[in-house]
Design a protein around this ligand. Structure first.
Ligand SMILES: [Zn+2]
Length: 442
């Protein structure tokens, strides 16, 4: 509030700091937020949660930034961004101002009215007014009455009637009430789970959209009033239909917080039925466990496993019994290295077919006939023997950016049919693969 001719935040805070030192001389003055909460006479945590927009601006955070809003660990955050605005301008409702003057004897800036995208008072159902100068927060809203700009009423009614806007505002209000930020990984997987049910693309790729597939950015442009959503995310204004916008569609795949919390709220509002169901899903979704690489067996242990495999004629169960507790890990490594289990149903015929294929160099058709009823076992052996090639193939395919999709049923590695792969290569490379291979051999 502008008193004693103060012209800026800095002047006001200096005055408060001097006052704080005179009343609490032993206390070291902290952030602006800390000074303000002393004036208000409440603790830092309550002040941050009830009187600042930090809970919304910090609504979604990475794993190392999940401390409670207003906790002492966030000291540097309070210092550098505690006073930052959520949007340009200072917004107020004239009816709320009049009611505050009647009830409290003076008016104050309401936190809810500073929510990005809110242009009318939810209580009085009238358009808000705003001051574009951020220094207006130093004044009382009642002083701004005459000079404030007014939101056009017809437009505000149109926006207020949009159900997705209402849901988005409900989600923002819920985030503002949260005690701590939502973990970005949990939020991401909750959004992905809802998006998959609506056939939205949830991974980055340059491949064209399938007829049944949609993009979140397109869905958002259709759901929200265009000038309203472009006001919140200006890059949506120039977006082409069917082309992803990382700033929006990236909420599904960015592992770090790559967009303001309101982008996650905007996405949730088009993906969930109600604001409550969205908030519940974002707060409670159980993301899949983080896969940690299995510790590799020491070289000599692995050598014993290989010897046991050869001596037993390729039997996994013999390897398991000879290696004890390291057996299961040894099996995983043998399989990854291309050594299949030769001790299973039909393995005798499959072994004959394998000898004919790998050692005698017989044609595949002939070997399949040789395998007879053990055809499936034979195919399985060939697949496992090609595991190193399979790993390299996955890397080649994903490097080339041809696919990032995973099999929706099994959740397993990139799937790409041979026909699609060849087509993509023919279309997108200057030289066909066979020429590249030939030139490397020279
Ligand atoms: Zn109001």
């Amino acid at each position: 509030m502008r008193i004693n001719g103060l012209q800026s935040n800095a002047e006001a805070l200096n005055l408060i700091a001097r006052w704080t030192r005179s009343t609490e001389p032993d206390q070291v003055a902290g952030s602006s937020i800390d000074l303000l909460r002393r004036v208000a006479g409440i603790d830092l945590q309550s002040f941050v949660r009830q009187h600042t927009t930090l809970p919304l601006r910090r609504g979604v955070a990475g794993p190392r930034a999940l401390s409670e809003h207003g906790s002492i660990e966030n000291h540097s955050l309070h210092r550098c961004s505690g006073m930052r605005q959520t949007r340009a301008g200072a917004f107020f409702c004239p009816d709320c101002v009049a009611a505050d003057q009647d009830f409290h004897g003076r008016s104050y800036w309401r936190r809810e009215h500073q929510t990005p995208g809110l242009y009318w008072c939810p209580k009085h159902r009238i358009p808000l007014r705003y001051m574009s100068d951020r220094r207006s927060f130093l004044l009382s809203p009642s002083v701004c009455f005459e000079r404030a700009a007014q939101i056009e009423e017809r437009w505000s009614i149109l926006v207020a009637a949009n159900p997705f806007v209402a849901k988005y505002l409900g989600i923002c209000a819920g985030m503002m009430d949260n005690a701590r930020p939502l973990p970005v990984r949990q939020v991401r997987f909750a959004l992905v789970a809802a998006a998959k049910e609506q056939s939205l693309r949830t991974f980055p790729t340059k491949a064209p959209l399938k007829p049944s597939e949609h993009l979140l950015s397109d869905v958002m442009l259709e759901a929200y009033p265009r000038d309203w959503i472009v006001g919140l995310i200006p890059s949506l204004g120039a977006k082409l239909r069917g082309r992803d916008l990382r700033q929006v569609d990236g909420v599904f795949w960015h592992t770090v917080v790559a967009a303001p919390a309101i982008t996650y709220a905007l996405a949730a509002a088009v993906l969930f039925e109600t604001a409550d169901s969205a908030l519940q899903a974002l707060a409670q979704h159980q993301p899949p466990p983080v896969m940690r690489p299995v510790r590799k067996l020491p070289v000599d242990e692995m050598e014993s496993a290989r010897r046991a495999y050869l001596v037993s004629g390729g039997s996994y169960s013999c390897v398991l019994s000879s290696l004890g507790s390291d057996g299961p890990r040894a099996i995983l490594e043998l399989e990854a290295g291309g050594l299949p289990d030769m001790d299973m149903e039909g393995s005798r015929e499959a072994l004959c077919a394998s000898v004919a294929f790998f050692l005698d160099g017989r044609p595949l058709e002939e070997c399949l006939q040789l395998a007879g009823g053990a055809r499936v076992a034979f195919e399985s052996m060939i697949r496992i023997s090609g595991n190193r090639f399979k790993a390299a193939l996955c890397e080649i395919v994903s490097r080339e950016g041809r696919t990032v999709g995973r099999n929706p049923r099994t959740g397993k590695a990139p799937m790409l049919s041979a026909a699609k792969w060849t087509d993509a290569q023919d279309r997108q490379t200057k030289k066909p693969p066979i020429h590249r291979a030939a030139s490397r051999q020279k």
